[in-house]
Write a protein that binds this ligand. Sequence first.
Ligand code: SAH
Length: 242
Amino acid sequence: MKKAKIRLCVNQALGEGQTVPLSREQAHYLFSVMRLREGGAVLVFNGRDGEWRARVVQAGRRDGHLQVELRTADQQDPPDLWLLFAPIKKARTDFIVEKATELGAARILPVQTEFTNAERVRRDRLQAHAVEAAEQCNGTFVPEVCALQKLDNLLSAWPGNRQLMFCDEALAGRSSALAGGLAKAPWAILIGPEGGFSDTERLHLSRLPVSHPVSLGPRILRADTAAVAALTVWQQALGDWQ
Ligand code: SAH
């Protein structure tokens, strides 16, 4: 049998014989965009139960049902890695969420720093980007996108066991790579805004015992590039690429 290619993230629990009702958007995507018909196969996941093959049992214009048949992949969670970043322009923020999902972050936390321009982020829209990225990259996990919060507040209540890879543009060009022999997850990566970090923030961060100031090379990267570079470096050194 030809392998189903269409992947869909759903909310329902998944198991053999389970019926999955489709939302209006999902029905539109499967039946109008992808032209799937009754009997057609689709791969589904919910972020917890792995990936399953399901069949369309009813295809309507605004709704429909799938029936789950068999498990096609085990659940695969990323390492316990958070990505903290200061939101930038819309398209670049979308890019960061998409790439963090593909590269394997467990949680995405937009933070407001002193020099952050964005006052608010559309959390639901960013979460939808994470879902789409997981569907596209064969993932079975969708990172949670948190509401925008102040970096100061987050640091004040920082969990003592979570190491922080503090990407500091002031270290550009210095040899300050992620050191060897570090503890594995839980970790977090912190990327600043276009305006960089303030002196107060640097002070606050230098007092945090779990903070590791890191350079991402001799050039100053844009925040979206820095996020991808930092996730790559971390995954290679301490994550699930080994
Ligand atoms: N306006 C700042 C640059 C900010 S770049 C300046 O001109 O100095 C946005 C963010 O990307 C930074 O806050 C930092 O977290 C990260 N970043 C960019 N280049 C970096 C580098 N070479 N080393 C470490 N972090 C970097």
